[in-house]
Design a protein around this ligand. Structure first.
Ligand code: UD1
Ligand code: UDP
Length: 361
């Protein structure tokens, strides 16, 4: 019987990463099971991605839902242990840096099951981010470290990870983007929302930006300044909804707030936009490939290739307005380059490495 790979997903950014990997492993005859932890559960944070990206229906949904870090991670671990004991997979494949990733890595490691980490080695070196903790611990526990960029390889090497466990495979999130390009209509959602030709897209969900009203206030003031010059559309992540509503930002006449959008609607809007203002990890990468200026409202990024190769730039509330003006003015001259191996074939490379790893065991 072919080996069994158990894929762990749960939060919005996991889904576009898992889809091309599952496809490529299916083409190689691998047995696969898809677990959804239930970390994200609203239709527009989860099910819409399964409909649009061709992911199989999850074989198991643990339904853990929201909670504190400890409560959520513990509930996932308890449920994942049962699944892994029952299924005895040959390999657990984890994605990115969310709590579902960490929970699955801890459980698999203690059961002696091999683990592969897609998007290994990214580092912000900012320990106030829960994701940084998840990344470092996950990488320490993994057998196969599948990296999207050369800087990630360097981080893993400097942490003492053996070179034969690290593979530069490219970026599966970009596989999904390139596959979905024919479905990304740059005007459909913009017309539906009544947006003019030039508009900007904003997403905010990092705890450091949206959890504390005192931290959010200068961001909102800076966004209002941009909105005086450019219509802004905000698909609002549930984490920041209440505080953003309370901030008064949505009362600006040139700000349009929406619920979170499905993949095609969202990236269609991004594709047609003059600029994106975000604190998302994945959106920094997608804008680089789409050639859309990206202004990242964070003091650091674990994805520096989006700056060195792409269209990304780190901004503060104080620098946002000037940075937006510069980015839009320079757009015609500055074509972002795509980082090496962000070519739509990362899923294939991940599948080849995985098949080789399992054959050698
Ligand atoms: C999580 C990830 C973050 C990732 C983000 C992507 C962790 C620690 N954080 O953050 O790295 O960038 O997902 O979107 O794993 N909620 C809903 N409906 C849902 C999901 C969440 O209303 O379907 C609300 C709940 O009030 C919940 C809050 O959003 O408490 C936060 O959800 P959670 O999954 O804990 O963290 P995110 O901020 O979404
Ligand atoms: N995304 C989406 N709809 C939205 C906002 C984001 O489909 O309203 C997509 C985005 O294009 C990317 C993924 O969700 O593919 C990124 O998720 P998110 O920003 O929540 O997480 P992060 O990448 O910061 O962990």
């Amino acid at each position: 019987m072919p080996p069994l790979v158990l894929h762990i997903t749960g939060a919005r950014p996991n889904f576009p990463k898992a889809a091309p990997v599952m496809d490529a492993l299916a083409a190689r005859g691998m047995r696969q099971l898809l677990v959804h932890t239930g970390q994200h559960y609203d239709d527009n944070m989860s099910a819409v991605f399964f409909r649009e990206l061709g992911l199989p229906h999850p074989d198991v949904n643990l339904g853990v839902g929201s909670g504190s870090h400890a409560a959520q991670t513990a509930a996932m671990m308890t449920a994942l242990e049962e699944v892994m004991l029952a299924e005895r997979p040959d390999l657990v494949m984890v994605y990115g840096d969310v709590n579902s990733t960490l929970a699955a890595s801890l459980v698999a490691a203690k059961l002696g099951i091999a683990i592969a980490h897609v998007e290994a080695g990214l580092r912000s070196f900012d320990w106030t981010m829960p994701e940084e903790i998840n990344r470092v611990v996950t990488d320490r526990l993994c057998d196969l470290l599948l990296a999207t960029s050369a800087d990630a390889i360097a981080h893993l090497a400097s942490e003492g990870v053996a070179a034969d466990r690290i593979h530069l495979v490219g970026n599966p999130m970009i596989d999904t983007l390139l596959r979905q390009l024919p479905h990304l209509d740059a005007r459909a959602k913009a017309d539906e929302l009544g947006l003019p030709e030039h508009y900007g897209v904003v997403t905010l969900h990092r705890p450091g930006n949206v959890d504390d009203p005192a931290a959010l206030a200068p961001l909102v003031a800076a966004l209002r300044d941009v909105a005086d010059e450019l219509d802004l559309v905000l698909p609002v992540h549930p984490r920041g909804r209440a505080r953003l509503e309370a901030s008064g930002l949505f009362e600006h006449p040139r700000v349009t707030a929406t619920d979170p959008l499905g993949y095609r609607d969202f990236l269609g809007l991004v594709r047609g936009s003059a600029a994106v203002i975000t604190d998302s990890g994945g959106v920094q990468e997608e804008t680089t490939v789409l050639g859309v200026p990206c202004l990242t409202l964070r003091p650091n990024t674990e994805r520096p290739v989006t700056i060195t190769h792409g269209t990304n730039r780190l901004v503060t509330p104080e620098s946002l307005l000037a940075a937006y003006r510069e980015a839009v003015a320079a757009r015609a001259e500055r074509e972002g380059a795509v980082p090496p191996l962000w070519d739509g074939r990362a899923g294939e490379r991940i599948a080849d490495v995985t098949v080789g790893f399992l054959a050698a065991r």
